[in-house]
Ligand binder design. Structure first.
Ligand SMILES: CC(=O)c1csc(NC(=O)C2C[NH2+]C2)n1
Length: 136
């Protein structure tokens, strides 16, 4: 009912702000747009469910997130995809390469997103969203 719609509107405003903060951080530039399959042709052979911050912003607008947990699940997906595509390998070349930096950036994105949301979101607001989400 109307009160629930107001809560979900507030959630969308909050999640757009989170998306913006994450996408505007230069550390996370490689996660801001879908991986270009022209540049990285084998990406979709390895990663079955691609995700990126621009896609997440679109999902906010399409009312695809009803609570912060669902939003963080997609952040987790971005992180897991990056760790899977850029595996920590025992070969020397992977230890110092771009792969290692991308793995660190993926972990930073996950930690930064969790910390940002936990610090800026009231717990009772998330509980209200969860109760709406579970009963829909
Ligand atoms: C988004 C993501 O995980 C991504 C984009 S490019 C990439 N990895 C590489 O380009 C490595 C191959 N040597 C560096 N990972």
């Amino acid at each position: 009912y109307e009160e629930e719609e107001h809560t979900l509107r507030e959630l969308r405003i909050f999640l757009r702000d989170m998306c913006k903060k994450l996408a505007n951080n230069r550390l996370f530039f490689m996660f801001t747009k879908p991986v270009d399959t022209e540049e990285v042709p084998d990406y979709t052979n390895i990663i079955k469910q691609p995700m990126d911050l621009e896609t997440m912003m679109t999902k906010v607008d399409f009312h695809r997130y009803e609570c912060a947990r669902d939003f963080l699940n997609d952040i987790e997906l971005i992180c897991q995809n990056a760790l899977e595509y850029n595996p920590a390998s025992k070969h020397v070349c992977f230890r110092t390469s771009a792969d290692k930096q991308i793995r660190h950036r993926a972990c930073s994105l996950r930690d930064y997103a969790y910390t940002l949301i936990k610090s800026e979101m009231d717990t009772d607001f998330e509980e209200k969203c969860l109760s709406i989400s579970t009963k829909r």
